[in-house]
Write a protein that binds this ligand. Structure first.
Ligand code: BG6
Length: 657
């Protein structure tokens, strides 16, 4: 049966009458027009994109080979590119079409994301690649480009749909734009769109100027500002989740939600991008764009339709509701960090940020930030949103944690964005057995278990949307400027006051301690989402069965301590188990004699419980330490449920002693 359109009234909610809205959408599923329809785990036939010519300015660069070409190839393999389609590249140098094709053929072998390479589909795409060399400020080059675009599109529907993709450094945006306009690209017949990569400006003023210079030549609906996070399925799913699961709607407000955490941590440092990053820093690189995009999807009013501008109105409006930091607020609600030398996740040494190539050895640039925001609207009044992002941290993971209000153990709704992709509800369940006891449990929708769809680059949906003239996933002037407006006071305050304590976190750790304090002050803590590979870094868990790992992932809580802190005290009857993620501790006997050291990957505290005795030693942090704690109750339960775990623990403990 075909899904029917009906008028759907969302239920009124207890706390806030502004929830009530009328929406027209399909009864059985809501599928934004630009997204391939997916159902029952099977990819369903989607329509082929509109005919068009994609012009890539800067086509010999990294973006083209790593992301754009693999994305186009994926679209071609899925039958989503039209017959009347061509790519026209332009870049400096002396390449011609033949050399460009050869170059891309070599690169796609490295960068394609599919399990098997379909040579026929590549040949189909390769035959549609064209190239003209030219300097970005050379008017004659744009004349040649225009002729080539007209020639490849000539006589077909592709001529009526031109995408101009600026895959170039932002330093060239203005000159390229002006040259494109001078060469008549703004007056091309049919649809034309200009696609602009991030970074979109370096602050509010420059973003505004860039908007003005674009708007002088193009209409707003011709400007497609890219944020690659919107290409991620799990980010797009935030909107689907909000729209298609009514059961959460009545809870989606400050009356029921205690707070929201949006975290994007990376294990990599700045790698080869020191020059760019040192001028940029984490606020411009991640918070102003990717994290605020996710905040917008999570916190916006549900749009009344999937019309691109209705969705984008709602997104802009929620950013405009974020309270702007006043004087003094940044010092209170924002913390910054910069990594020093440390150890990578694989145990190898990591250099500090100031020693990275092309970074100022005195640099004040933050590589970590944690920020507390408030939204001054009816839905979210009084509820904080915490943002956190950083480089060279202990694990890679982007997660949004929605913590619900409760007197007891809070329910969490977790959007695992990447690398693990899932939506999870943390709840309490009855523990199997004759006694009526609760245990933390997770209810998960795991992408890998639910969908067969092949993994893409994230750019497929963006290019597909752009070809079809669907701007839903692209940012509008109001959104971009609202996002800079939120971050501007942070940028200004931090630029004006050099951080006396930089570097303030060793590479490979959880970040600066001040990030922990930011939440502790509010009686809260960061939720560190653990994964099996993080646990497997410890000898104890390396061979643990899946059920035990799942239990541990839910039971461990993070604890960050300073050097000198005492974790367990000789003689006390407390039986928590500790796993060391980073740092070093010493075990000290009653007479103050050093009994040994405990290092990253090891655990301590297990003997007291196993032998049912008081603590036999004091354990102190020698350096700042990141620990995972298994509370005594959970530890006792796990020992009872997993006899093998107890045996392993005894073996490890005995061999250590
Ligand atoms: C980019 C930033 O926009 O996003 C990088 O410039 C960052 O510094 C990257 O590493 C993160 O993207 P992803 O998709 O790996 O989360």
């Amino acid at each position: 049966m075909m899904p029917s359109l009906r008028r759907h009234r969302f239920p009124p909610v207890v706390a806030a009458s502004f929830f009530v809205r009328d929406v027209i959408f399909e009864e059985t599923r809501v599928v934004p027009s630009h997204l391939p329809a997916v159902g029952d785990g099977r990819q369903q036939a989607s329509s082929v994109a509109a005919s068009g010519v994609l012009v890539i300015l800067g086509a010999s660069g990294d973006l083209t080979k790593r992301l754009l070409m693999p994305a186009l190839y994926n679209l071609a393999c899925d039958g989503l590119l039209p017959e009347e389609f061509a790519v026209v590249g332009m870049a400096r140098g002396d390449m011609n079409t033949e050399a460009f094709r050869r170059q891309q053929r070599q690169e796609i072998a490295k960068f394609n994301t599919r399990q098997t390479f379909d040579a026929d589909r590549w040949a189909w795409l390769e035959s549609r690649l064209h190239f003209t060399a030219g300097e970005f400020d050379d008017a004659a080059a744009y004349g040649r480009l225009r002729k080539l675009v007209e020639r490849v599109g000539g006589g077909t529907a592709a001529a009526d749909n031109t995408l101009l993709y600026l895959a170039i450094s932002p330093d060239f945006f203005t000159v390229v734009n002006q040259q494109l306009a001078a060469a008549g690209f703004t007056r091309l017949p049919g649809q034309k769109r200009i696609i602009v990569e991030k970074p979109f400006g370096k602050d509010l003023a420059s973003a505004h100027d860039l908007n003005q210079s674009l708007l002088a030549l193009w209409n707003e609906d011709e400007i497609y500002r890219i944020d690659h996070y919107l290409g991620k399925e799990t980010v797009q799913n935030l909107l689907a989740f909000r729209l298609a699961n009514d059961m959460f709607a009545p809870l989606w407000n400050a009356a029921h939600i205690d707070h929201i955490q949006i975290t994007a941590t990376e294990t990599v440092g700045v790698e080869t991008r020191g020059e760019y990053y040192d001028k940029t820093g984490v606020v411009r690189d991640m918070l102003q764009n990717h994290l605020l995009q996710m905040l917008a999807y999570i916190c916006m009013e549900p749009p009344e339709s999937l019309d691109p501008n209705v969705v984008r109105d709602a997104k802009a409006r929620v950013l405009q509701a974020v309270r702007l930091f006043g004087p003094g607020d940044v010092a209170r609600d924002c913390v910054r960090g910069q990594y020093g030398p440390g150890v990578k996740a694989d145990g190898t040494p990591a250099v500090g940020y100031r020693e990275e190539p092309h970074v100022d050895p005195q640099s004040n640039t933050p590589t970590f930030a944690a920020i507390k925001l408030h939204l001054d609207n009816e839905r979210w009044a009084g509820m904080p949103v915490y943002l956190r992002s950083g480089k060279s941290l202990w694990k890679r993971g982007t997660e949004i944690v929605v913590q619900f209000k409760t007197a007891g153990e809070p329910n969490l709704l977790i959007f695992h964005i990447q690398p693990f992709q899932a939506v999870e509800i943390r709840m309490q369940a009855k523990r199997p057995g004759p006694a009526f006891q609760f245990q933390r449990a997770g209810m998960r929708f795991d992408y890998a278990e639910t969908f067969e769809a092949s993994r893409g680059t994230g750019y497929e949906v963006l290019l597909y949307g752009a070809l079809n003239g669907d701007p839903t996933l692209f940012s509008r002037t109001d959104f971009v400027e609202a996002s800079w407006r939120i971050m501007q006071p942070v940028l200004d305050t931090w630029a004006g006051t050099p951080a006396a304590d930089f570097p303030n976190y060793p590479a490979g750790t959880w970040g600066p301690r001040s990030a922990t304090s930011l939440l502790e002050r509010d009686g809260r803590g960061w939720h560190e989402c653990l994964s099996r590979d993080v646990l497997a870094r410890s000898e104890f868990f390396a061979a643990a069965p899946a059920v035990l790992l799942n239990t541990l992932m839910l039971a461990f809580r993070p604890l960050a301590v300073e050097a000198g802190a005492t974790i367990v005290e000789h003689g006390e009857r407390k039986w928590d188990l500790y796993v060391v993620c980073r740092g070093e501790l010493e075990a000290v006997g009653p007479a103050g004699n050093r009994l040994g050291v405990v290092k990253a990957g090891e655990c301590f505290g297990e003997m007291a419980l196993l032998l049912n005795q008081p603590r036999s030693a004091t354990v102190r942090a020698v350096s700042p330490c990141d620990l995972l704690v298994l509370d005594a109750d959970d530890f006792g339960r796990i020992i009872a449920d997993f006899p093998q775990a107890e045996a392993d623990l005894r073996r490890i403990a005995t061999s250590r002693r």
